[in-house]
Design a protein around this ligand. Structure first.
Ligand SMILES: NC(=O)C1=CN([C@@H]2O[C@H](COP(=O)(O)OP(=O)(O)OC[C@H]3O[C@@H](n4cnc5c(N)ncnc54)[C@H](O)[C@@H]3O)[C@@H](O)[C@H]2O)C=CC1
Ligand SMILES: O=C(O)C(=O)COP(=O)(O)O
Length: 631
């Protein structure tokens, strides 16, 4: 068997079970294990919040909503006709002007509040009532906003590209998905870049102001030609490449700098990708199209202006922060930079007496790059779809702080997602003591090529299954790795190749917890780890191995695991005890290692047996140990 180790998270420990109850003990489904460290108590098995499509569903994480997403049409018609369900519509706060088509779409799904001039304080006091927030570039979605949301805010939609106004780290820590609308304003931004380029070269804005002031200054406003000039496009992404394409049409020689852009995409439109220094030192015009990141912050500064050709002209429709604005004023004053055309500023709006804005060689617009009717309608629909999808629990194609899982992968993995969560929940309930849950090993048996099996979703669900029952954390795909790391839980994954049908993404999933004692000693494998394994059979998750015993029970409802002497009559005895108490057995499976020695009985029960019933099972002489588990 070939194995591939595929990931691990940081180690530590703080999930420390205090009790170490062993033989003949049981875990009832409510509050029995307490965890000494970090005051985590077991059994948060019931679930949080509302699912907007299915009010009776148990939860609203990205994952469990996945299941209901498929029924969304049915659910939404039911929701609209039922006043109780209607009141559970999500509240969507729109804090900046959004196109009507997007608002209509949002209104068809939730209660939409458009409040366009909220102060940061107002936003913080309002946000606790909102499930989603839609912003443009003018709203700062800070850590304070996520804190003030108190866990209710599920998604922030950025109606545009740049997400530098959203604290992504805080969003991730709070399990809040951030989505953007990355494509609908590309052309608008590129056209605005070209407008600024041409307008600046011919002094359109200055000449217009001069004429309106009653002057006729034909000699003062002699411009420069574009044809034959070199334009350096800094950031060859969506907007940059569209600017490049248009500039080529104007007869310019276009070069570009982008450390991450594929050279063949640039070559396809006749653009050479060059180094940063080559780009800025050879260009007559420099047009900025990179995002604002810690690396690009003030990347245009005294040192870089000094490397530019004297008389260079600069266009910025990206983000003000990529330019050191004081340095630009100095470069304009010294003549290194002949002109600048700026749509974006470090602080927006800039102060009224900003030297940059007032500079006679600078043309400014108030962040209008995305402001065309077409782009605004497009962006509004794009973000509304993304936000509604996220509220329904669908994974978004434009998620900024979560893995983007394509729908086809999602539907294929759906049954395994449930299996993964159940195995996590089951494994953690078997823990009784030891040095805390620090290390979890997950093994995926699969016939798939490792590159063809995306396990992030499954890992997140195992994490959810392990952590949610023992903490207050609400885990989803956004924050699973972060919370695991925060709780000192190291999850390592191993892919094991098995010769089976590659049609099934996963043959089986094994979850092992190391260095712990178990409530059910038979769940320990030879290496001393709690070890359980499961498979999906006919679309239903099954438990197929406990420690070194094979079993086969579907993971539904509640489960009793017993280890007993392998002898006739055991099933009948336990079955009778349950039957007398009207506890319905949904399935039963017996697994053993050697005939007539020890065996494990896995019994699925629809109802939770009371303590007396469980005690009676424990008193059956041939039963060595048993445990009750809530799945
Ligand atoms: N003024 C406005 O209203 C608008 C502004 N924008 C801004 O324009 C910028 C570009 O947007 P898109 O093209 O849609 O994004 P994009 O993600 O498609 O392109 C950005 C490109 O910058 C590159 N890049 C990243 N770091 C870089 C670095 N250090 N040096 C050079 N290149 C680097 C990336 O590889 C990527 O190819 C963003 O900052 C966005 O916020 C976008 C739309 C409207
Ligand atoms: O999409 C972007 O990155 C933009 O800068 C557009 O900003 P806006 O939505 O017009 O505030």
């Amino acid at each position: 068997m070939a194995t591939t180790s595929i990931s691990s998270a940081t180690s530590l420990n703080n999930l420390t079970p205090a009790s170490s109850t062993l033989q003949k003990n049981f875990i009832p489904s409510s509050a029995h294990l307490s965890f000494s460290h970090s005051s985590i108590s077991l059994q948060k098995l019931s679930v949080h919040t509302t699912n907007f499509n299915n009010p009776i569903s148990r939860g609203s994480s990205i994952f469990n909503v996945l299941k209901t997403a498929q029924h969304s049409d049915l659910a939404s018609s039911a929701r609209d006709s039922d006043p109780v369900i209607k009141s559970q519509k999500p509240t969507i706060l729109v804090s900046e002007k959004l196109g009507e088509a997007g608002l209509d779409l949002l209104r068809s799904f939730g209660n939409v509040e458009c409040l366009y001039s909220l102060s940061p304080e107002d936003l913080c006091s309002k946000i606790g009532e909102c499930d989603a927030l839609i912003v443009r570039s003018g709203t700062k979605v800070t850590r304070q906003v996520f804190e003030a949301a108190k866990g209710r805010l599920k998604v922030v939609g950025r109606a545009g590209v740049g997400i530098d106004n959203v604290d992504l780290q805080a969003a991730t820590e709070f399990g809040c998905l951030v989505v953007n609308a990355p494509t609908a304003n590309t052309i608008a931004a590129a056209e605005h870049g070209i407008a600024l380029l041409a307008g600046m070269a011919r002094n359109v804005a200055q000449a217009d102001a001069s004429m309106k002031a009653g002057k006729w200054q034909r000699n003062k406003y002699v411009g420069v030609s574009l044809v034959g000039k070199t334009l350096a496009v800094m950031g060859f992404g969506k907007v940059g490449s569209e600017v490049a394409r248009r500039a080529k049409g104007l007869g310019m020689h276009v070069i570009a700098h982008d450390p991450y852009a594929p050279a063949d995409r640039a070559r396809a439109i006749g653009v050479d990708l060059v180094s940063f220094d080559e780009a800025i030192s050879t260009a007559d015009f420099v047009s900025l199209h990179m995002p604002l990141t810690p690396t690009t912050n003030k990347v245009f500064n005294d040192a870089t202006f000094a490397k530019m050709k004297k008389g260079v002209r600069i266009i910025n429709v990206a983000r003000g922060g990529v330019i050191d604005e004081d340095a630009l004023v100095r470069a304009l004053d010294s003549g290194i930079v002949a002109q600048a055309a700026l749509d974006v500023f470090t602080e927006e709006p800039p102060s009224k007496d900003s030297k940059l804005v007032q500079h006679e060689n600078v043309t400014v617009t108030p962040h209008l790059g995305a402001s065309t009717k077409e782009a605004q309608e497009g962006v509004a629909v794009e973000i509304a779809e993304a936000v509604v999808g996220a509220l329904r629990g669908e994974l978004s194609a434009t998620a900024v702080n979560a893995p983007m899982v394509p729908p086809e992968v999602l539907s294929e993995l759906a049954p395994y997602v449930t299996l993964a969560e159940k195995l996590g929940r089951l494994a953690v309930q078997l823990v009784a003591g030891g040095s805390g849950i620090q290390s979890v090993k997950v093994g995926y048996k699969s016939a798939r090529d490792p590159d063809n099996l995306d396990t992030r979703l499954l890992r997140a669900m195992i994490t959810k299954g392990i952590i949610e029952p023992i903490s207050d954390a609400h885990i989803n795909l956004v924050n699973a790795d972060f919370i695991a790391k925060q709780k000192g839980l190291r999850i390592s994954e191993e892919r094991v190749y098995v010769n089976s049908s590659p049609e099934n993404p996963v043959e089986s999933i094994q979850v092992q917890i190391s260095n712990v004692q178990s409530k059910f000693a038979s769940a320990l494998s030879d290496n001393g780890n709690i070890s359980i394994e499961g498979k999906v059979k006919y679309g239903i998750p099954h438990l197929t191995r406990v420690g070194s015993f094979s079993v086969d029970v579907s993971l539904e409802g509640n489960l009793i695991l017993c280890r007993q002497v392998d002898q006739p009559g055991m099933i009948g005895q336990v079955g009778n005890i349950l039957g007398e108490r009207n506890v319905n057995v949904s399935f039963m499976s017996v697994g053993r290692t050697v005939k007539r020695t020890k065996a494990i009985m896995a019994i699925g029960v629809d109802e939770e047996p009371d303590k007396e019933t469980l005690k009676k099972i424990g008193e059956v002489p041939a039963i060595d140990e048993f445990v009750f588990l809530d799945l």
